[in-house]
Design a protein around this ligand. Structure first.
Ligand code: BEZ
Ligand code: FE
Length: 279
């Protein structure tokens, strides 16, 4: 992602910026925005920058969802992308097989174990044995590791490789809906405009495989109270995956668990990279 104006293609910048300014000026004029109000806007944006909340602002204003839709328009036959959000952490731990992305921690809510599994393939169906998955999510308490002092660092996060046939499976817990960070300037904006801060439960995925476009996406679950009312508007029906409950004696014995658990199937199809497609 481009960090500075210098990283945006110069030609695009000179075409887009005047339009953006014209749109802002038109709104200011239409509403007769006063000096005081404009100073408040600038103060708000300054605070958003100081508190590193620009990604969050882009998300709650549904701008991230719009840019995601435009960037991936017409990508039929591949797994839909979705916004990354601000809670990804670089360099999560590499998890060996059998992959489990969390450790139990003291004081945790009692949640349900979930095995997520599927296959990573290219658009022509060829398995992508070299693919790497990078997962992050909240646990049964609805909080990310970075907010929750009880959780070990990088809990409910992890990277791992898929099998030769593109198959993967990881053990996690069913996440809960949660409120996005709302104790800073973006939270004050949500409160002032009456927008709730809730997101439906979800699991984030980044998937990479040689010769293919990287995919960033999320998986959601049916029946979630915020499925139709995600504060960042990121739910796509194709990414809502059923959870299957397993409580049979044989299934429990096979899983090595002493309590019933869920499974969720999520096959992933990646788009051939432009350079590979041309070769
Ligand atoms: C998230 O799902 O992690 C998230 C997305 C957008 C804003 C805040 C959090
Ligand atoms: Fe999230």
């Amino acid at each position: 992602m481009a960090d500075t104006a210098r990283e945006v293609d110069g030609g695009r910048l000179t075409r887009i910026l005047p339009d953006a300014l014209q749109a802002i000026h038109e709104v200011i004029e239409r509403h007769g925005v006063t000096e005081e109000e404009w100073m408040a806007v600038l103060g708000f944006l300054t605070e958003v920058g100081r508190q590193d909340e620009f990604v969050l602002l882009s998300d709650v204003t549904r701008t991230s969802v719009l840019v995601d839709a435009i960037s991936h328009e017409g990508e039929d036959g591949v797994t839909p992308s979705d916004v990354e959000g601000p809670l990804y952490r670089e360099d999560p731990p590499w998890r060996e097989k059998p992959v489990k992305i969390y450790e139990e921690y003291e004081g945790a809510e009692k949640g349900d174990v979930l095995f997520v599994r599927g296959r990573v393939a290219s658009t022509d169906g060829a398995p992508l044995g070299g693919a790497v998955l990078d997962i992050w999510q909240t646990g049964p308490d609805g909080g990310y590791d970075i907010w929750d002092e009880r959780q070990p660092d990088y809990n409910f996060r992890g990277r791992f490789g898929v099998d030769e046939d593109g198959g993967y499976e990881f053990q996690t817990m069913v996440p809960k809906p949660y409120t996005i960070p709302n104790d800073g300037p973006v939270g004050r904006l949500l409160e002032a405009t009456g927008q709730h801060p809730w997101r439906p439960a979800h699991i984030h995925f980044k998937v990479e495989a040689e010769g293919h476009e990287p995919l960033v996406t999320q998986v959601f679950f049916p029946g979630d109270p915020y499925l139709d009312d995600d504060t960042i508007g990121a739910v796509k029906s194709a990414l809502v995956r059923p959870l299957t409950w397993h409580d049979g004696e044989e299934e429990l014995a096979r899983s090595g668990l002493d309590a019933p658990f869920y499974t969720c199937e999520f096959d992933i199809t990646l788009k051939l990279a432009m350079s590979a497609a041309r070769a």
